[in-house]
Design a binder for this molecule. Sequence first.
Ligand code: FDP
Length: 321
Amino acid sequence: MAEQKPVTLEQHLAASGADKKLQKLISSFAYVALDAQHQFPKYLRGTMGDRNKYGEAVAALDEWVNGYLCDSLVKTGLVRKIYSEELKEPLLAHNDAPFVVAMDPLDGSSNIVSNNAFGTIVGVYRDDLPQTGRKLVAAFYKLYGPVNTFVYTVGKGTHEFVKHYDSEGRAQFLLLADNMKIPEPGEVFGLGGDPVDWSPLFLRFGKDLFKKERMKARYSGTFVADFSQVLHRGGIFAYPSTKKSPRGKLRLYYEAQPMAFLMEQAGGESWSGSSSLLDVVDNDVDARVPLYMGSRALVKKVMTALNGMTVNHTPTTIVKK
Ligand code: FDP
C-alpha cells in the first residue's frame, strides 16, 4: 500500500477555512519559535538581575525569547498590539493590522536551568483586551521537548504538529494528531501550588485522585508540558486558589484563556472556580486566575468537591479597584 503523504501545517490551516491573514500569522509564528530554539544554548544560564511585573526574577532566556518573539511578530505586519507576560507595557506595533496578541513567551522558566521541557503560549484576538476567551480567534502553543510540537486551534478542533526536516534540511511541521479528543476519564493529574496552602477541600480532592481514582501524579513545573500530558492521556491540571494566593498563579490572558480554548476544542472542560475560563474577563490584563482544566468528568469532580457548582457560562467580570 502506498504511504500517504503527511499533511503540513500550511495545508491544514488552508483547509480550516480560517482567514488567510490568520493562517499566515499562525504558520509564521510556528517557524519563528522554531528558529529561536537554535539560540537557546547561548542564553541558558543566568538572570538579568531584574524582576518582571509579577516580582519574579527574569532569566536571561526569558528576556531573549520575549524580545525575539516580539520582533518576529512585529515583522509579520499582522499584529496591532502585543501583550506579554514579560512586557511592563503592551507593545504597539502596526496601527491598522488585524490582530492583538497575548503571550507567555517562555512558560516554565524554572525548568531552564535543569533542561526540562518548556514552552510558548499565544492567544490571538481581533479586538483589544480585556476580552472573554470567547473572542479568541486562535490559540496555540509550542512545546520545546525531546521533539518540538505545535498545537493550534482556530475554533475547529485542536490539532498537533511535529517538527521534521526534509531531505534538504528544511524544517516542516507535519500533522501528528488531527482533531484531538481528550481521553475520559483520564489517568494523570498535575496539581500546582504548595499543598500546605491548599484549601482543605482541594487537599481532599487531590488525595482522592491518588487513593480512589488510582491516578498518576505528573507535575513538571511547566504548564505547557503538563497540559500536553493531560491532553494526550486524559486527566486534570490545576493551579488552584490557595491561602497565600487566592487568585492562583497562572495568568488569565497569557496562559489560561488560550489553553482553555485549546482544551475545550479538544472536548475537555475548563473552570476558574466560578465559570469556564473562557468566560472570565478581568480589566487588569496582568491578572492571575485559579485554573482547573482537563477531562470533563474530572473537572466536574473538582467543581463538586470545591463547592458543588456546575459550569456556569455567564461572564465573570472582575473590575480592578
Ligand atoms: P514559571 O513561573 O516557571 O514560568 O507560567 C507559570 C508557571 O511556570 C507554569 O508554567 C507552571 O505550571 C507554574 O508556573 C509553576 O509554578 P510553581 O513553581 O509554583 O510550581
